[in-house]
Design a protein around this ligand. Structure first.
Ligand code: AMP
Length: 224
C-alpha cells in the first residue's frame, strides 16, 4: 500500500483484541504517526507529574482516565509536528464524548476520521490473551507467553528492553476493563457504523493473519 496516504484511522476493539500490535504495523506500513493513549499514560509514569498521578489512580482500577485529562493530552499530541500527514489512533476514543471531541478537533483542521478498524474477538479469547501478556518496558512491544513468546525469555526482540506484566493485566482489573469497554466504548461501533466508517475485522487467529485482513480491507478502501 502507498505510504503517502494522508488518512486518520481509529483502531477500535476490546482490551486484548490486538489493537496495539496491529495499529503499530499499519502505522509503519503507511508511515503514519501512531498515538496510543495507554502507552502515553504509561510513559508519563516515569515522571512525578499531576497527569501521571491521576492517570495511575484510574489505570490501576481498570477505569477510564477522566475525559478532560485524556482529551487534552490527545489534542496536544495531534498538534505536534508529523501528525498532519495522518494518525493512527489506538485506544482513543473510548467513549462518545471523546469521539465527538476528536471529530471537532479534526474538523477544525479540515480533516476527519477516515476509517475505523474494529477488531472483533470473542470475550473468552480476550481473557486468555490478557492474562498471558508481557510488554516491553522500553518500546511497549507486546508479547504473549503462549501465542507470541519472545525468543529470549523476558527480553524484547525489537529493542532488548525488559519485559514486564502490566499491573492492570491481573484478573480483577481485566474484568473491570472489559466491563468499561462494553458499557462505554462498544457504543462507538454504532457511532462509526452510522457514519459508514466501520471496517469490521475478525481478530481471531495469528497476528500475521489478522494483519493481512486489515491490510486487504484498507487497500480496498484506499487503493482504487
Ligand atoms: P490500554 O493500554 O489502551 O489498554 O489502556 C490502559 C489504561 O489507560 C486504560 O485501562 C485506561 O485506564 C487508560 N486509558 C487509555 N486510553 C484511554 C482513553 N482513551 N480514555 C480514558 N482512559 C484511557
Amino acid at each position: 500500500m502507498s505510504a503517502d496516504l494522508k488518512i486518520n484511522i481509529v483502531f477500535l476493539g476490546a482490551p486484548g483484541a490486538g489493537k496495539g500490535t496491529q495499529a503499530a504495523n499499519v502505522a509503519q506500513e503507511l508511515d503514519l504517526v501512531h498515538i496510543a493513549t495507554g502507552d502515553l499514560f504509561r510513559q508519563a509514569q516515569s515522571q512525578d507529574t499531576e497527569l501521571a498521578r491521576k492517570a495511575k489512580y484510574y489505570m490501576e482500577k481498570g477505569q477510564l482516565v477522566p475525559d478532560e485529562i485524556t482529551i487534552k493530552m490527545v489534542l496536544e499530541r495531534i498538534g505536534e509536528s508529523g501528525c498532519s500527514n495522518g494518525v493512527i489512533f489506538d485506544g482513543f476514543p473510548r467513549n462518545l464524548n471523546q469521539a465527538e471531541a476528536l471529530d471537532n478537533a479534526l474538523a477544525d483542521q479540515g480533516k476527519t476520521v477516515n476509517k475505523v478498524v474494529y477488531i472483533k474477538v470473542a470475550e473468552q479469547e480476550l481473557l486468555k490473551r490478557l492474562t498471558g501478556r508481557w510488554i516491553c518496558r522500553k518500546c511497549q512491544a507486546p508479547y504473549h507467553e503462549v501465542n507470541s513468546p519472545p525468543k529470549v525469555e523476558g527480553i524484547c526482540e525489537k529493542c532488548g528492553g525488559e519485559l514486564y506484566q502490566r499491573a492492570d493485566d491481573k484478573e480483577e482489573t481485566i474484568k473491570e476493563r472489559l466491563q468499561v469497554y462494553f458499557n462505554e466504548t462498544a457504543a462507538l461501533i454504532d457511532y462509526y457504523s452510522r457514519e459508514g466508517k466501520l471496517l469490521e475485522i475478525d481478530g481471531e487467529g495469528k497476528v500475521a493473519e489478522v494483519s493481512e485482513r486489515i491490510t486487504a480491507s484498507l487497500k480496498e478502501e484506499f487503493v482504487r
